[in-house]
Design a protein around this ligand. Structure first.
Ligand code: NAD
Length: 425
């Protein structure tokens, strides 16, 4: 069949090719028919807009922006909006498809989408960012909606931007529509537990995998790359469950302590130090930050960015388990090396799905106009993460594939089944 040839893969991968190469392998194992393959590989809708904004100095700058809806057969599409100078259509397309698979892996009734604006928020004033966010929301008014397409934060955006998007969409609608975005401030309908949700899901995925590997968490060592939202919460929660976190890192460098780092102290230090670990005294700074990835630990949690485990370092990885907090931290080419070394990988579309799961809960709470307690949110998201993990694990045994390919198999199977019931023209 046409789709079986392997995609041309380079080590610094085009994210769309990287996603497609895994998708192809999973489709092949599933015996997906070519028609469905062709439907699922192509995004449903790709919108490119140019937004003129008056800058603070009176000049007008035009920003290119995107919204890609990959698929919505399972429900309204869901996905973050990225503000970054490197945003491009290929990246947004890949991230949108990943969202389809991620929602399907954890069995929540959402499709996948992603948005982005090519801009550098670090060099813009708050007023400029607000005007850009509001203009983007207005330009995409016909696309967004609580029943159609629901944005969320991603790189360079957070609660502040979500509040502006929700407000702008509501103004355009003539009423308050808080279910149109997730990741909002609590007072506007944001969910309890959303901030730590992704890190919490990483912790559940790590503990579930350690159990399969018969490693007692109390005897386990962990290294976490990236100490932002995902990495810091994953590290805190793993420490709470008995693991010894021996290394953490952020953009300022990597920090190692063989006796275990006090993560609560590291979090407090970072808060007082403009969000940076630089100068943290509870661990020694490593000479080469990337050496964190090749430390002899039980669990490695890449939670910073994409493409950090590649052909260059895959051979040197010593962890027994990799739990992908970040999206796309392992290049498709490194997959084979990692798997040949017997390292278990809990893939991004499963490991970091706790975030979108609680986003789904936020949307549910907004729809019913009722707030859940943090305990209820955590209990339900833990249950979803555990059950998704078990399902992917069983699938990996059934098809004799890695957990990554198994996660794609579970996801593609669900979306393909929904598509076959709904049908096309
Ligand atoms: P963040 O901006 O809060 O944190 C990123 C962290 O990575 C920061 O500590 C930063 O200093 C560090 N970092 C950047 N470059 C680094 C480098 N070269 N080496 C080491 N550290 C580096 O971002 P986040 O929300 O924690 O997201 C991290 C990853 O997780 C991204 O890939 C994101 O797409 C993914 N993700 C996030 C969520 C979420 O809910 N926040 C959900 C799913 C996936």
């Amino acid at each position: 069949m046409g789709y079986i040839e392997p995609a041309p893969i380079k080590d610094k991968e085009n994210p769309f090719e990287s996603m497609m190469s895994r998708f192809k392998i999973a489709a092949q194992h599933l015996g997906l028919n070519e028609e469905t393959y062709n439907v699922l590989k192509s995004p449903d809708k790709q919108v490119i807009i140019n937004i003129p904004i008056t800058m603070d100095d009176g000049s007008i700058r035009v920003f290119e922006a995107y919204r890609v809806i990959h698929n919505n057969v399972l429900g309204p599409s869901k996905g973050g909006v990225r503000f970054d100078p490197n945003v491009n259509l290929d990246e947004v397309k890949a991230l949108a498809a990943w969202m389809t698979w991620k929602c399907a892996v954890v069995d929540i009734p959402f499709g996948g989408a992603k948005g982005g604006i090519c801009c550098n928020p670090r060099q813009m004033s708050s007023g400029e960012i607000e005007r850009l966010t509001r203009a983007y929301t207005t330009s995409l008014f016909e696309v967004f909606g609580p029943d159609t397409d629901i944005p969320a934060p991603d790189m360079g955006t957070g609660q502040r931007e979500m509040a502006w998007m929700m407000d702008q969409y509501s103004r355009n609608s003539g009423m308050t529509v808080n279910g149109v975005v997730t990741g909002k401030p609590g007072v506007l309908g944001g969910s309890a537990g959303r901030v730590e949700a992704t890190g919490r899901g990483v912790m559940i995925a790590a503990l579930s995998a350690l159990e399969k590997l018969k490693i007692n968490p109390y005897n386990s060592t962990v290294a976490v790359q990236g100490f932002g939202n995902v990495g810091s919460h994953a590290a805190l929660l793993l420490e709470e469950r008995g693991s010894k976190v021996v290394a953490i890192s952020d953009i300022s460098g990597a920090y190692y302590n063989k006796d275990g780092i006090n993560i609560q102290q590291a979090v407090a230090y970072r808060l007082d130090n403009h969000g940076m670990l630089e100068g943290f005294a509870g661990a020694e700074k490593m000479d080469v930050a990337d050496d964190l990835l090749t430390l002899p630990v039980d669990v490695l949690v890449p939670a910073a960015m994409e493409d950090v485990i590649t052909m260059r370092n895959a051979e040197k990885i010593k962890a027994k388990l990799i739990v992908e907090g970040a999206n796309g931290p392992t290049s498709a080419r490194a997959d084979d090396i990692i798997s040949e070394k017997g390292i278990v990988v809990v893939p991004d579309i499963l490991a970091n799905a706790g975030g979108v799961t609680v986003s789904y809960f936020e949307w549910v709470q907004n729809r019913i106009g009722y707030k859940w307690t943090r305990e209820r949110v955590n209990r339900r998201s833990d249950r979803i993460m555990r059950s998704a993990f078990e399902n992917v694990y069983k699938t990996s045994i059934k098809y004799n594939v890695t957990m990554r390919i198994a996660a794609y198999i579970v996801a593609i199977d669900r979306v393909a089944k929904a598509y076959s019931y709904r049908g096309g023209f």
